[in-house]
Design a protein around this ligand. Structure first.
Ligand code: F6P
Length: 545
């Protein structure tokens, strides 16, 4: 039940005591084959994990732990539609959405692939109509702007992918994403748009999410200032599991793209939740994204554990979180178009593995999911990298490095890559007191001035990082990257014996917000809250304009 009792975990614990001070710098000096030993290639994607605080024994022990929890069996259970999301009684089949091999995937004795393919066909037909101009707005103008209204998994994934695949964008189509119930989000988006040429995609798996429904209602009100109720059908489509609520909202269910309960929100960009992606970059490119995801699925499902990129990345995470006590993990893409990648990964990882109860319902006594964060390089270097280099916490970093840019401005890409590699090297090597002394002497320092400055310029080094390197950010590569992190999160959830596919932790806040809302909307007696919340409600009432 608890991984702490597994012999392989305990063996890792002892091994940690033995090697916790192991110097990566020394290991590199001792072993010229370290990069070869600790790197994996899968097609065009390379994982270099040599700059980690590991020896071959560490990796062997991490793999033995994965084996001890029957990771391969769990992988099969996920891919074959077992109800591994047991608290919601659901299968977990985002892999079926990108199952380009089209092999049958059974849920409750039924192959889901015909449904998956039917929705893909419907998306393709719809995109074709919009792009060709067969689908026109109410005043017979072509659609120029897609506004996705959704939140969480119904926003972050598609928004990230559209940003990342901007070079593949179809001429004449812009994609916008409105998620926040803060009216600023919707208003500042709509003020630039023309209702005659705007298509809203209301994306909500449940179609009951307060933020999304509120934004969708306001968007419809905005639209109705120009068009009529009958015109709504030409400007609003939905993506959901909930046909009843879609119809209630007033969207023709013929214009609803179906998803299923076995698609988790944060795993849903591969489904019809990806409709804004397909509308923005074209269905062909959306399918290329699915192809990439499927490639990674095949890799994850078939490669031996020692050559399995998501498995190794997941187990390295376990090594740092559970043995080195790391609290956070940074993902730093050296590609400006991946600016939203860390945010998507944040939801993916933190909503999946932010759990304190194990699969059997008992409280657990070891650490689970880390805080995931990051922003694109090189910007992060001039902001928070100080703490990663010289702070008191160990923060493992993933550097995501495409070799070629879609915007090859003279030296920019080489400078960008040099910086990414330099950060990874600097974190590993650090700078010793002797090296700093030598530098300071060369700069003319001596005596007390030198001694006073010296400790501030020392870099402890020995700070771990991975490099994910690939030729260019294509739809296929992006698909591989996202699927890679999905599987990494899955691996860690299996080790921690938690359900990575529910998210009950988001419910309490939703419930309380519903209880507070009437107190904010009236001047009646405030319902029962703690004194802090009550006084804050009072103050808001007085400050309200
Ligand atoms: O509140 C969390 C959550 O349920 C996420 O898991 C989900 O991606 C998001 O809300 C949006 O949900 P829906 O697609 O049902 O509107």
């Amino acid at each position: 039940m608890t991984p702490l009792n597994i012999a392989e975990w305990q063996s890792l614990d002892r091994h940690y005591s033995d090697i916790k001070y192991l110097s990566m710098r020394e290991q590199f000096a001792l072993d010229s084959g370290r990069f070869e030993r600790f790197s994996i290639r899968s097609g065009d994607l390379l994982l270099d994990y040599s700059k980690n605080r590991i020896t071959q024994e560490t990796i062997d022990k991490l793999i033995a732990l994965a084996d001890a929890v029957n990771i391969q069996e769990w992988i099969e259970r996920m891919f074959s539609g077992d109800q591994i999301n047991h608290t919601e009684g659901r299968a977990v089949l985002h892999t079926a959405l990108r199952n380009r091999s089209n092999t049958p995937v059974m849920v409750d004795g039924q192959d889901v692939m015909p449904q998956v393919n039917a929705v893909l066909d419907k998306m393709a037909a719809f995109c074709e109509q919009v792009h060709s101009g067969k689908w026109l707005g109410f005043s017979n103008k072509k659609i120029t702007d897609i506004v996705n209204i959704g939140i969480g998994g119904s926003d972050l994934g598609p928004a990230m992918i559209c940003d990342a695949l901007e070079p593949y964008g179809i001429d004449g189509i812009q994609a916008h994403f409105v998620s926040n119930v803060d009216g600023t989000d919707l208003s500042t988006t709509l003020e630039k748009l023309n209702p005659e040429t705007t298509l809203f995609v209301v994306a909500s798996k449940t179609f009951t999410t307060q933020e999304t429904i509120t934004n969708a209602q306001s968007a419809r009100n905005w639209f109705l200032k120009a068009g009529t109720q009958a015109d709504v059908a030409k400007h609003f489509v939905a993506v959901s599991t909930n046909a009843k609520e879609v119809a209630k909202f007033g969207i023709d269910t013929a214009n609803m793209f179906e998803i299923w309960d076995w698609v988790g929100g944060r795993y849903s960009l591969w489904s019809a939740i990806g409709l804004p992606i397909a509308l923005y970059v074209g269905m062909d490119n959306f399918l290329r994204l699915l192809d990439g995801g499927h490639e990674m699925d095949k890799h994850f499902r078939t490669k031996p554990l020692a050559e399995n990129i998501p498995l190794i990345m997941g187990m390295l995470g376990i090594w740092y979180i559970n043995f080195f006590n790391a609290q956070t993990h940074a993902i730093v893409p050296y590609d400006h178009s991946l600016a939203r990648f860390p945010s998507h990964m944040q939801q993916l990882d933190m909503e999946s593995n932010g759990k304190f109860i194990n699969r059997q319902g008992a409280r657990i006594s070891y650490k689970t999911g880390p805080v995931i964060w990051g922003t694109p390089g090189t910007n992060g270097q001039h902001a928070y990298f100080q703490l990663i280099h010289q702070g008191t916490q160990l923060i493992p970093v993933d550097f995501v490095l495409p070799v070629n840019s879609h915007y090859p401005e003279c030296d920019h890409q080489s400078i960008l890559l040099a910086n990414g590699l330099a950060q990874s090297e600097a974190l590993m090597k650090g700078k010793t007191a002797e090296e700093v002394r030598e530098e300071l002497v060369k700069e003319g320092y001596e005596g007390k001035a030198l001694d006073a400055l010296l400790p501030h310029k020392v870099f402890p080094g020995n700070r771990p990082s991975n490099v994910l390197l690939f030729p260019k950010l294509t739809p296929e590569m992006l698909g591989q990257l996202v699927a890679l992190y999905e599987h990494k999160v899955f691996v860690q959830g299996v080790i921690w014996n938690i359900n990575s596919f529910d998210q009950w932790g988001v419910e309490l806040g939703k419930q309380l917000a519903k209880a507070i809302l009437p107190d904010l909307q009236s001047n009646a007696e405030i319902s029962v809250h703690d004194s802090s919340t009550t006084e804050l409600i009072r103050l808001i009432r007085t400050l309200r304009q």
